[in-house]
Design a protein around this ligand. Structure first.
Ligand SMILES: Cc1cc2nc3c(=O)[nH]c(=O)nc-3n(C[C@H](O)[C@H](O)[C@H](O)COP(=O)(O)OP(=O)(O)OC[C@H]3O[C@@H](n4cnc5c(N)ncnc54)[C@H](O)[C@@H]3O)c2cc1C
Ligand code: FES
Length: 285
């Protein structure tokens, strides 16, 4: 049976952009900022909004804060759109529509979040919801170096330092290595009911494989180039070979579905739809 939005009490997304003001922005890490928008869009963890900058483009962003009067999006400045958004000041306006996409599903008594770079955005909101439901939360947070880590203090405040494991590729903070190494260690030591993963493609693929091998359920939040973003019309975000639209049937998908996507960690489609091998940037957020 298909569940309708009404049955699962989800907000109906805006179909046209709401023109909203930037209320503030805060530095999270080197080249990464959270931009707060005066918007009453109510989103669940895992969902995304399409942000429109007139005469430039429209791009999807995960929601990292939402309180009914403001939403926060955490922006890594990597290209034309994100650099522009990163540089915008309070008082300037953008268009925003949404929320779109699937959400994470909380279950069990103890869960672990595995976040790479700005991937920790939606997971931190999910951790807040889990704690409200009495679920114990562990967090593995990684980046290539200390100055690229986001939300360290926010997560510590939420779950306490003992429940946070930090990894950096260069060893400049926490354990030297990848979040997936820390995940493997944790699963050997503790009974975890579900794993939630968001970050670069290759990291999510590896985490899903680890979870499946250990028999632990989990979900990832996939990222592809969204054109109509959330409308489900253009097919640009369909993934090989199963063809699901990541902007509608995703971005949150379970480990079993992720395992069927052969392009995960291998290639993605650029704006023109040409396939491009996933290179360094996808592993180095
Ligand atoms: C569901 C979803 C949620 C998203 N959430 C966020 C979010 O919370 N925060 C956020 O910053 N972005 C997020 N993105 C990505 C965002 O939509 C843009 O793709 C991103 O900002 C780059 O756009 P651009 O036009 O600035 O650069 P592009 O022109 O797309 O890319 C410029 C250059 O940067 C490289 N690049 C692209 N992505 C990355 C990356 N992640 N790290 C390093 N280099 C990269 C490209 O290969 C290219 O060389 C999300 C995407 C999806 C599909
Ligand atoms: S981006 Fe158009 S269907 Fe997903």
């Amino acid at each position: 049976m298909f569940l309708t939005r009404k049955m699962i009490k989800m907000e109906r997304p805006l179909e046209r952009p709401q023109i909203v003001e930037i209320s503030k922005s805060i530095d999270e890490a080197e080249g990464i900022k959270t931009v707060f928008l005066k918007s009453d869009i109510k989103a669940r963890p895992g969902q995304f909004v399409m942000v429109w900058i007139p005469r430039l483009d429209e791009k999807p962003f995960a929601i990292s804060y939402s309180n009914g009067v403001e939403i926060g999006i955490t922006v890594a400045a990597v290209g034309p759109f994100s650099n522009k958004l990163y540089a915008m000041n309070p008082g300037e306006r953008v268009g925003v529509r949404g929320p779109y996409g699937t959400t994470y599903h909380l279950e069990g008594k103890k869960i672990v979040m595995v976040g790479g770079g700005y991937g920790a955005a939606s997971l931190t909101m999910l951790a807040e919801e889990a704690l409200q439901q009495g679920i114990k939360v562990k967090f593995i947070l990684g980046a290539r170096s200390k100055n690229r880590l986001v939300y360290v203090e926010r997560i510590k405040k939420l779950i306490g330092s003992d429940n946070l494991t930090v990894t950096t590729d260069d060893g400049s903070m926490g354990i030297k290595g990848y979040v997936t190494d820390a995940l493997q260690q944790l699963l050997k030591k503790e009974k975890i009911d579900k794993i939630f993963v968001c970050g670069p493609d290759k990291m999510m693929k590896a985490a899903a494989e680890i979870g499946l091998a250990a028999g632990v359920k989990g979900e990832i939040s996939g990222e592809r180039w969204f054109k109509c973003g959330g409308m489900g019309l253009c097919g640009h975000c369909c993934v090989d070979p199963i063809g699901i639209r990541l902007c509608v049937e995703g971005p949150v998908i379970d480990f079993e579905t992720a395992a069927k996507i052969t392009e995960l960690g291998e290639y993605h489609r650029v704006k023109s739809s040409r396939k491009e091998k996933i290179g360094v940037h996808q592993t180095e957020v």
